[in-house]
Design a binder for this molecule. Structure first.
Ligand code: IPE
Ligand code: IPE
Ligand code: MG
Length: 255
């Protein structure tokens, strides 16, 4: 079985992905690190560490496939409810990832952006993120968006507040509020990370929900839910999810 599965994926990589229908923006809810660790009798942080390694491979593979935007959900506005040990462990791993990979990201022409208010993260995490944003800002290859302290409702609330302030200051009128204006005020908006809506959203681990991810931007995204836990999400699984996306008929309310 393993043997045949292997051949199937190898063929899929070469023949089944249609370069013309490659999504411009893939967004991923990297879920299942804790369960992956639990199944192995390991601490949850070992799962997050394995998750970082999986993420690195998916960043590389996105670049190889010619995807323009990869967004990963790394930490939600609700994840603060977890133990202090887990939360600080996740941010330590993030700092370590940036330290070991920044050079490679720069060399690979990857531009890193953060979605979410990262100013409330621990100081060393803020520092390494700012260094990463700064050193990759002129890169023109893959744009790698990390959703950190990100929540879709938080993002929409901030946008509404900002629009309210502009109206109060007399800069715009209520009749100026359009979908484009709202989109522009989001973390993904043209004045911020400047990311188009994702054609494809992948959530690993078998959970069938968005958990406050890209609520506005996901209006017409195709959703794929691989059963594997995030640390087991390989480039082969990634291609399988993209092949699934490419087999869908997108109608946008038309017929
Ligand atoms: C996803 O894995 C990573 C983060 C939310 C930071 P989880 O930690 O949610 O793993 P499970 O869902 O408990 O298995
Ligand atoms: C969503 O996963 C957040 C991230 C992957 C960063 P959660 O594990 O936090 O979501 P729920 O609690 O299962 O909905
Ligand atoms: Mg989870």
């Amino acid at each position: 079985m393993w043997f045949f599965g292997h051949i199937y994926y190898a063929i899929q990589g070469i023949y089944m992905l249609n370069q013309e229908r490659m999504p411009v923006h893939v967004a991923i809810i990297m879920d299942g690190n804790g369960r992956w660790a639990k199944e192995r009798g390991l601490p949850r942080l070992a799962g997050h560490n394995a998750g970082m390694k999986a993420m690195k491979k998916i960043v590389d593979h996105s670049d190889k496939l010619g995807i323009k935007h990869l967004t990963v959900y790394a930490f939600s506005t609700e994840n603060w409810k977890r133990s202090l040990a887990e939360v600080s462990g996740i941010f330590k791993l993030l700092v370590a990832y940036v330290k070991s990979d920044l050079k490679e990201l720069v060399e690979n022409n990857v531009k890193v952006k953060v979605l979410g208010d990262y100013s409330s993260l621990p100081g060393d995490a803020v520092k390494s993120l700012e260094k990463t944003l700064q050193q990759t800002k002129d890169n023109t290859g893959l744009q790698f968006n990390i959703a950190l302290n990100y929540g879709g409702r938080d993002e929409i609330t901030r946008a509404v507040r900002s629009i309210g302030e502009k109206i109060a200051a007399g800069e715009i009128a209520p009749s100026d509020i359009t979908e484009d204006l709202i989109s522009g005020e989001l973390f993904t908006g043209f004045t911020q990370a400047d990311v188009p809506d994702p054609e494809l959203i992948i959530r690993t681990s078998g959970e069938l929900r968005l958990s406050n991810f890209l609520l506005w931007q996901s209006a017409y995204s195709e959703l794929v839910f691989p059963d594997v836990y995030w640390p087991d999400f390989t480039p082969e699984e990634y291609e399988k999810a993209i092949a699934d996306y490419q087999s869908r008929e997108r109608r946008f309310g038309g017929r």
